[in-house]
Design a protein around this ligand. Structure first.
Ligand code: AQP
Length: 336
């Protein structure tokens, strides 16, 4: 049943192949929410260009991510699905927020530090102000519930700070209080090569992640090669502490199979990783291959995907336009 006062917004970058991290940390949870709330899901192409993108690849990924979302269960009849650059109000509100957010706030964002790395001076200005655009994405729709993985928690806190400062400076209670929805078993899926880094689309190592486009053999190979330690699997969850790679694989197993970690550890206690990995590969393929198949099918009909995104953008704009108009009035822009 729709709870009218709540609105969900979330986004995903078309910056490469969708990963198992995107799926378990975000997409899978969106599917349940679309029936419960008025929901907008956005392929955030404007965020993607904060790092270098090949234009043809960006077009392809935008369609592929949209296909992945539909294949995973988002229904354009139940939610608004669109790509960000078709709704220019995102950029308009982001500019206002660039003038609300403080430099000190952005300096604390760990994702910028991670992505800019040692070459901060060479990073794009867009990457630095990325969180302001993300705040605009959400607040443009006065959305108050935002399903994300753990990695986005800090950006959502910044969104709340921006909304609060705007409200304090200009218009009390105009923007809502935004609540992160961090859901599911696997809120932070880690790299298969290094359990201290999150699984990411843009990691240079293909073996660090499972892509939603991977076929069964590739998934099995990546899991077989996934880094582990030399100790046997423990019988209890507490035994996974200090063993990030083992913990990550058990978390993925639980999330994809619907079984508890305790149940899984009970089965493999005292064993090495060989049988566990074989079974994890089977569980992964069983869960992901129908999605991959549907995604491939949808990618044969790019016109359908383009139509969905266009229609979604039109619907999104009907919500966004009155909000941006009101923001312009509030800050004092003259539009006679
Ligand atoms: N490893 C992860 N575990 C759990 N959730 C994750 N998410 C991303 N990686 C993980 C969630 O997926 C949603 C979309 O993320 P995004 O595409 O906007 O950007 P990101 O978080 O920067 O994801 P990537 O895959 O790491 O992309 P690149 O490599 O381009 O930076 C978000 O809800 C995120 O929390």
């Amino acid at each position: 049943m729709t709870e009218k006062k709540d609105r969900v917004f979330s986004g995903i970058q078309p910056s490469g192949n969708l990963t198992l991290g995107n799926y378990l940390g975000a997409i899978r949870n969106w599917v349940g929410l679309q029936k419960q709330y008025e929901s907008l899901f956005c392929v955030v192409d404007m965020h993607a260009i904060t790092v270098s993108q090949n234009p043809d690849d960006l077009r392809h990924s935008t369609r592929e991510v949209a296909a992945g979302l539909i294949a995973a269960g988002l229904d354009p009849k139940d939610c608004i699905l669109f790509n960000q650059s078709q709704v220019p109000e995102h950029a308009e509100l982001a500019w206002v927020f660039n003038c609300v957010a403080r430099i000190g706030w952005l300096n604390r964002m760990t994702q910028f530090k991670e992505k800019a790395g040692k070459h901060k001076e060479n990073a794009s200005v867009g990457l630095y102000i990325y969180p302001n655009l993300m705040a605009a994405d959400i607040l443009l729709y006065l959305a108050n519930k935002v399903p994300v993985g753990e990695d986005q928690k800090q950006h959502l806190e910044l969104t709340r700070d921006i909304a609060q400062k705007f409200n304090n400076d200009f218009a009390p209670d105009f923007f809502p209080d935004v609540e992160p929805l961090i859901m599911g078993e696997a809120t932070r899926v880690m790299s298969l090569r290094d359990g201290s880094n999150k699984m990411s689309k843009s990691d240079p190592s293909e073996y660090s992640r499972i892509n939603l486009t991977d076929d069964a053999d590739t998934i099995a190979k990546k899991i077989r090669k996934a880094r582990t330690d030399s100790d046997p699997l423990p019988g209890e969850e507490a035994g996974l502490e200090g063993r990030p790679e083992a913990k990550n694989l058990v978390t993925i197993f639980a999330a994809l199979s619907g079984r508890s970690k305790a149940d899984i550890l009970g089965q493999y206690e005292g064993q090495g990783f060989a049988d566990f990995k074989k079974d994890l590969a089977d569980v992964s393929v069983a869960h992901l291959s129908p999605i991959t198949g549907e995604m491939n099918r949808l990618m044969q009909d790019t016109q359908y995907i383009d139509d969905v995104l266009k229609d979604g953008a039109l619907q999104a704009r009907t919500i966004a336009q009155p909000v941006i108009k009101r923001v312009h009035e509030i800050v004092g822009f003259l539009h006679p």
